[in-house]
Structures are given as structure tokens and as C-alpha cells.
Design a protein around this ligand. Structure first.
Ligand SMILES: Nc1ncnc2c1ncn2[C@@H]1O[C@H](COP(=O)(O)OP(=O)(O)O)[C@@H](O)[C@H]1O
Ligand SMILES: [Mg+2]
Length: 508
């Protein structure tokens, strides 16, 4: 079936045979990185404009007698009256495997000093999202390796899960850990020669951050061996608003290259609050009317158009997936501001991070009560589902009872047990950075929690007991954890093997 866009393009070409030929125009006005150009009659939205000397621009406002284009670099060298050329090509970015392990700007130019990127493939940075027919529902898990996330808000391949919280609540940390876990799984599959496991390639898009923060992320990925499976697209705070505006679209185009070829990709947009600010700045200099909080009226459309491109393609379309983790930074926990509510409504769930929890030492600082994944347990293995199914409810009850218990009233034994259990799960969910937990270990830990392994020792000893428990399983039954991984469910045999190990564990 031919897409509508293709059809329109072909029609245009038929009636305006010169639509794609190169055209020249004249810069009438230049200021704030925006050039108003006359003479480009057939230029298209997002078309590349050549200002000469390697300077590129992008046509954004198509008016009756003129075109406004943002200049992507060195805008101060452009003079009024100079001639420019419309290229007839929409903005494109280099793609392909050669991009892995590299740090590039939103036009795909290397920033890491590792030389040119050897690829001839390009993708347009904007293109329509896959339609409904081309998709299937999300079914395969994308394991982050963070116990709290994988147990309570499981993410599926092709899903969009928002990470939202104030500054310094560990938003970037969660996304980076997710990338590191994909690399760990990729490596594991390579070592085992397991071709059934689909590798996940990651794209980390840094928007409007300090250069030092991005350098830190690159270093963390390098040190954990994850960089070789990752592309980093970066438009720093010092770059122009136009570059920051482009960055997430470029990152998406790079991710789509993998999805189009039946592979799986994970995209992190860090963060879309800064993206919105860059777009607001750009729109103001383009003299577009502004709306709520001075953002342009089409900011919702901008982000939905971006996030709609994440998808789980149907088998007929190759079965590739593009999962995205957009990040939003809130001010004083205000999730009801304009941009946060927009992005919340576009995504399939959100991980809420809270400063209070972070400062109490609960890290990741995920608020279990209000974090959700609308794809939910469809994206969990059966094993995980069987042990994690009750956790969210148990924690919700725990928080309710905890508030109640503060009044010092007498509690019945059942409530006390519930609170003690909740404390231990909360403790179990604490996890240091760069330390992803494999799914089989996650299952064994949650199984242990459900079977009272941690109940007898003090809360502070939970991690110690957990480590002893996992060691004990490995020593007593070396096959058990690998079997949980390959069988993907707690079969009756695995259940009784775990029970046998538990009986021995209780005696020591
Ligand atoms: N699970 C964790 N354990 C310990 N420290 C963490 C954890 N998550 C984040 N941090 C630390 O907290 C700080 C803020 O994290 P970061 O991810 O940069 O926050 P944000 O992106 O929300 O501003 C960083 O110094 C980071 O190393
Ligand atoms: Mg951050």
C-alpha cells in the first residue's frame, strides 16, 4: 500500500516538475540566527538551504513572498543581500552501524575526534510515524536492569515511557542504566552465540546540557563497555536553539534506521523540557505567535509527532522496534505545568522521581504509587510476572499503613507484617548506579521476598541477606538461575528447586 505522503509527493512532482530543481534566492534580513529570504518560490518545509561556505539552514516559515530559515551554524558570517541556494532536499542525517560508538551533532558530524564516519546511508530527520496497520502491540520486554522499574513499571519494546522529576533526582541515571543493561545483554548473547536474543542498540540524545554532563555520560558508557552499542547525539547549552531543536529528530532518524531493518533500538531524549525551551526561543525569533507559558501553540504537536515515531512494527514490516525514554525536568515537583502535562499525555506511562525519596536514600527515587506503565505486564516474562504481580499492591498498602502507623496506634499482627514486608521491598529496590541486575537474579530476589527470606533479619541487613541468598543458590544448584533465564517462567520444577534451596538456606 502506498503511503499518503508518497502519493502527495508524486502528485506534486507531476504538476510542478520544477519543484525539486535548485533555486536561488536572496537574504533580505538576518538576525538571531534566522534569515528571511526572497526568491525561493518552491522551497519546502524543512528543506536544506545552502548559504555557501559549508553553512546550512533549514526552511521553517513559508510565507507568501519570503521564506524564513534558521541558520544551523556561524550565522554571524551571513550578510544581507547574499545569494543562497535551495537544495531540494529535506534535512537528512547519516545513519547505520558505523554511527555506533560515536558522538555526533544533530547534523551527524562527529564531535569525538575519532575521524569521519564511514557510512553512505542517510535518513530524513522528519518523516511520518508508522500507521496503525504497520504496528503490532508491544509484547517483548525491554529490561532496564533496575529492579524497581522492571518489577513495578515494566517497559516493553516499542513503548514510550516518560522519566519525570526535579533536577538531580536521578533521571539521567535511570536512562543510562537502561542503556548499560542493553549492552550487557548484547554482550552476553554474543558470548553465548545466541542469535535468538535480539540485540538492542541505543541512541542517547543530549539537549541543552552542559558539555561536562555529556562528557560524564560518555565516560560512563565507555567504562561499562556500552558505548560500542550506542550513538550519542548532542546539542549542548552553548549550541544554537536550532541545533537543540533538531537533536531529538536526528536521534530518532538514527534509531529508525535500526527499526526499519527489523532490529531493536532504545532512544533517550535528555531532556524534552530543554527542547521545548529551544523551540520557544526559535519560534519567538521566527515571530510565530506564542501561547500558554509563551510556548508556541504547536509545541504539543511537535512532541507528539516526535514520540509517535516510537513503534513496535508488525511482522509484515520486519518486526523492528523503537522504544523511547523521554525525560522531563519539573520545577518543585509541579507535574501540572504545560510541557509536563503534554508529554505525560503523549507517553505510555511515567516513572516519577521524587526529591524527598532521593534525599532519604531511596535511589532510584521512584515513587511507586504514581509511576505507571500502561503496557504493563504484557512486557514482562512469565517468571517476572509471577513474582512481581503483587509487589505494587503490597507497596501501595505499605505506604497507606505507614502513614497510619505514625499516629502510634496499636496495630494488629497482620498490619505489622505488611509494614515490615513493605520496608524490606523498599530496601531491596535500592540500587547503585551502573549495576544492572539480570532478570533471573531479579526473579530469585522477589521470590525470596515473597517467601519470607528477608522477614527474619533487620531491614538494614536486607541487601546482605540478598547477596547471601543469591550466592547460596549458585553454590547449591548452579543450574537454577540459568534455567529461570532460559525457561522464562517459574515452572513447577523450578519452584520446587527454589523451595529445596530455601529449606537449606534457613538452616544455616
Ligand atoms: N541509584 C543511584 N545511586 C546513587 N547515586 C545516584 C543514583 N542515581 C543517581 N545518583 C546520583 O545523583 C546525582 C543526580 O543524578 P542525575 O541522574 O544526574 O539526575 P538528573 O538527571 O535527574 O538531574 C548524580 O550525581 C548521580 O550520580
Ligand atoms: Mg540529567
Amino acid at each position: 500500500m502506498k503511503s499518503i505522503v508518497k502519493e502527495i509527493e508524486e502528485t506534486l512532482e507531476r504538476f510542478h516538475p520544477d519543484a525539486h530543481c535548485e533555486e536561488t534566492g536572496k537574504v533580505m534580513e538576518i538576525g538571531d540566527g534566522v534569515a528571511r529570504i526572497e526568491g525561493l518560490r518552491t522551497v519546502r518545509l524543512n528543506e536544506m538551504i545552502d548559504f555557501g561556505a559549508g553553512i546550512m539552514g533549514m526552511a521553517l516559515n513559508l510565507e507568501e513572498n519570503s521564506v524564513s530559515a534558521v541558520v544551523l551554524s556561524h550565522a554571524n558570517t551571513i550578510r544581507e543581500g547574499q545569494t543562497v541556494r535551495a537544495t531540494g532536499r529535506l534535512l537528512e542525517i547519516p545513519c547505520g552501524r558505523a554511527m555506533l560508538g560515536r558522538v555526533v551533532d544533530p547534523l551527524g558530524r562527529p564531535l569525538d575526534g575519532k575521524g569521519p564516519i564511514d557510512t553512505s546511508e542517510v535518513n530524513p530527520i522528519e518523516r511520518p510515524a508508522p500507521g496503525i496497520i504497520g504496528r503490532q502491540s508491544v509484547a517483548a520486554p525491554l529490561q532496564t536492569g533496575l529492579l524497581a522499574v522492571d518489577a513495578v513499571v515494566p517497559i516493553g519494546r516499542g513503548q514510550r515511557e516518560l522519566i519525570i522529576g526535579d533536577r538531580s533526582t536521578g533521571k539521567t541515571a535511570i536512562a543510562i542504566d537502561a542503556i548499560i543493561n542493553q549492552a550487557r545483554l548484547n554482550r552476553e548473547a554474543e558470548v553465548e552465540g545466541n542469535t535468538k536474543v535480539h540485540p538492542v542498540y541505543s541512541v542517547y540524545v543530549a539537549i541543552g546540557q552542559r558539555q561536562s554532563s555529556v562528557a560524564q555520560v560518555v565516560r560512563a558508557l565507555e567504562e561499562t563497555g556500552a558505548l560500542k552499542y550506542t550513538v550519542i547525539v548532542c546539542a549542548n547549552a552553548a549550541d544554537s536553539a536550532a541545533m537543540q531543536y533538531l537533536a531529538p529528530f536526528s536521534g530518532t532518524a538514527i534509531g529508525e534506521w535500526f527499526m526499519d531493518r527489523g532490529m531493536d533500538a532504545l532512544l533517550v531524549y535528555d531532556d524534552l523540557s530543554k527542547h521545548a525551551v529551544a523551540y520557544r526561543q526559535m519560534s519567538l525569533v521566527l515571530r510565530r505567535p506564542s501561547g500558554r507559558e509563551a510556548y508556541p501553540g504547536d509545541i504539543f504537536y511537535l512532541h507528539s509527532r516526535l514520540l509517535e515515531r516510537s513503534a513496535c512494527l508488525s511482522k509484515a514490516h520486519g518486526g523492528g522496534t523503537l522504544t523511547s525514554l523521554p525525560i522531563i525536568e519539573t520545577q518543585n515537583g509541579d507535574v501540572s505545568a504545560y510541557i509536563p502535562t503534554n508529554v505525560i499525555s503523549i507517553t505510555d506511562g511515567q516513572i516519577y522521581l521524587e526529591s524527598d525519596l532521593f534525599h532519604q536514600g531511596i535511589r532510584p527515587a521512584m515513587s511507586v504509587g504514581i509511576s505507571v506503565s500502561r503496557v504493563g505486564s504484557a512486557a514482562q516474562t512469565k517468571a517476572m510476572k509471577s513474582v512481581a504481580g503483587k509487589v505494587k499492591l503490597e507497596l501501595a498498602q505499605y505506604y497507606e499503613m505507614k502513614a497510619f502507623a505514625q499516629f502510634g496506634s496499636d496495630l494488629d499482627a497482620k498490619t505489622v507484617a505488611l509494614i515490615e514486608h513493605g520496608k524490606r521491598i523498599t530496601e531491596l529496590f535500592k540500587q547503585t548506579q551502573y549495576n544492572p541486575i539480570p532478570v533471573e537474579d531479579q526473579v530469585a530476589q522477589l521470590w525470596a521476598a515473597q517467601h519470607g527470606v528477608f522477614a527474619d533479619s533487620p531491614v538494614e541487613k536486607t541487601h546482605e541477606t540478598r547477596d547471601r541468598w543469591l550466592d547460596f543458590i549458585r553454590r547449591k544448584n548452579a543450574e537454577l538461575l540459568p534455567r529461570i533465564k532460559t525457561e522464562r517462567k517459574v515452572t513447577p520444577e523450578i519452584q520446587s528447586a527454589l523451595e529445596a534451596v530455601l529449606a537449606e538456606f534457613k538452616q544455616v
